[in-house]
Ligand binder design. Structure first.
Ligand code: PA5
Length: 447
């Protein structure tokens, strides 16, 4: 079986092979620490052996729940924020037809998202759309107390009960949350929803291969077994005893840390396939929340090329030289679209006649790589043979592993996110949430 590939020779104009190799021991030690649990955050390492430890029963339970929702619903709304929706959306967008949801005769339910913002218009428009549809809800929150999904769920649950009644609505709602703690657990137990548990030792942004990601992905008609197989093969290829030279996540982590040391403070994840937009959103959260702390961390940014070459291209080519680029390059598209011959050739495009659209895309990619390197931007390339469950599974585990290694190399705990609490505390104080009286007084004195 083929594998994703890491092309690293385009960084050597900026950091030497020798300098990167000096990071190898640190990267290998960090990888080992993820396996032996000897460093900070060791109570959140459940994702490390997750692909190889998924049982047949646990997979079948997810598939059965997916089938039940698929049978009853034309639309399924995934309610969740951050790690509780980005992984599912990344995989579903990467592997589904971009226009399927517009088709009247679909074989898979439409997957929509809510609870990932507090947009009133968004929720209004969503409820208007859902009023006329047979819909169900997958409500995901590890803590079971997050405000954004809680608001969306209350509104959508109300709509669903009003539409199909309490008994049927219970059959169309699945809750994914902690085994015992949190408001969502209490609600789910009281109402009798089907539930799945997010393991204690897996944080939100590492949870895509738990029911958090797998259930919505299975509802969308995507083969979760192949996804897990790809992740499992990557897990096996990156174990504690894998030597640095063949350990792709360790190599990626070593390079990005060396570039960071040299002042490259921003990593731009670029893709040349619009289906990967949400994969980059998932990656941004994974790296941003894992590394950005204690006044340190590479800032993870993302662009969709060639779209953003017409917006961010100028900055990347000639702006402050503090960036490096990691490119997700899909080798082979699924479909085949050729540019037709046009007798009149009024658009002057006949030099492209007979070529596949992807051939043009690949030349844009190569031309951009050379231009950006000439402009002082180091380039790491990740080659993905094709967009399939198997390779997306590999890619997910590759980035998770590299993130853990990178965080340890940076000397931070990659598995906490203390900074996320700051806005919540202020928001609750401003909303006068019970228990926040002191904070309310303090914040009101400042505004
Ligand atoms: O990675 C994380 O832990 C966070 O991004 C969470 O996923 C996010 O804040 C949502 O939290 P919860 O699942 O508890 O609602």
């Amino acid at each position: 079986m083929d594998t994703i590939k890491l092309v690293i020779n385009h960084v050597y104009d900026f950091v030497s092979e020798k300098e990167i190799l000096q990071q190898a021991d640190k990267a290998t030690a960090a990888n080992k620490a993820l396996h032996d649990g000897s460093r900070a955050g060791n109570d959140f390492l459940g994702w490390v052996n997750l692909p190889s430890s998924c049982t047949e029963n646990s997979i079948r339970d997810i598939e059965d729940a997916a089938t039940a929702l698929r049978t009853r619903c034309d639309v399924v709304v995934v309610v969740g924020i951050g790690g509780s929706y980005l992984g599912a959306r990344a995989v579903i967008d990467a592997l589904s037809s971009s226009f399927d949801w517009l088709q009247h005769e679909r074989k898979d339910p439409v997957i929509l998202y809510a609870g990932n913002n507090i947009g009133e218009d968004y929720l209004y428009e969503l409820t208007k759309y859902l009023e006329k549809r047979e819909f169900g809800i997958i409500n995901i929150s590890k803590s079971g107390t997050t405000t954004e999904p809680a608001i969306a769920f209350r509104i959508l649950k109300d709509l669903l009960i009003g539409k199909v009644g309490k008994e049927e609505s219970c059959k169309r709602i699945v809750a994914i949350t902690d085994a015992s703690k949190g408001a969502l657990r209490t609600l789910a137990n009281t109402e009798g929803y089907t539930t799945f548990v997010i393991p204690d030792d897996i944080g939100g942004r590492y949870s895509v291969l738990t029911p958090v990601g797998l259930l919505p992905i299975a509802v969308a008609g995507i083969d979760i077994r192949k996804l897990l197989q790809g992740a499992k093969d990557m897990e096996e290829a990156t174990g504690a005893s894998t030597s640095y030279e063949i350990n792709l996540p360790a190599i990626y982590a070593a390079i990005r840390n060396e570039l960071y040391k040299k002042g490259k403070k921003i990593e731009i994840l670029a893709n040349y396939n619009p289906k990967l937009h949400y994969f980059a959103e998932w990656w941004k959260q994974l790296y941003g929340e894992s590394e950005g702390k204690e006044g340190k961390g590479i800032f993870p940014a993302a662009v969709d090329f060639t779209t953003d070459l017409h917006s961010m291209g100028q900055w990347i080519q000639e702006g402050e030289r503090t960036i490096f680029e990691t490119v997700l390059s899909v080798k082979e598209p699924k479909e085949n679209v050729k540019i037709p011959h046009d007798e009149a050739n009024l658009d002057g495009l006949n030099f492209l006649k007979g070529k596949r659209v992807d051939e043009v895309n690949k030349m844009a990619e190569l031309g951009t790589l050379i231009a950006h390197m000439d402009g002082g931007v180091p380039n790491i390339l990740i080659e993905i043979p094709k967009l399939s469950e198997y390779y997306i599974g590999q890619l997910i585990y590759f980035f998770e592993k590299a993130c853990g290694i990178s965080g340890y190399m940076l000397d931070v705990n990659p598995f906490n996110q203390p900074g996320v609490e700051a806005y919540k505390k202020n928001m609750f104080a401003l909303l006068e949430k019970p228990g926040y009286e002191e904070a309310t007084k303090a914040i009101k004195a400042r505004i």
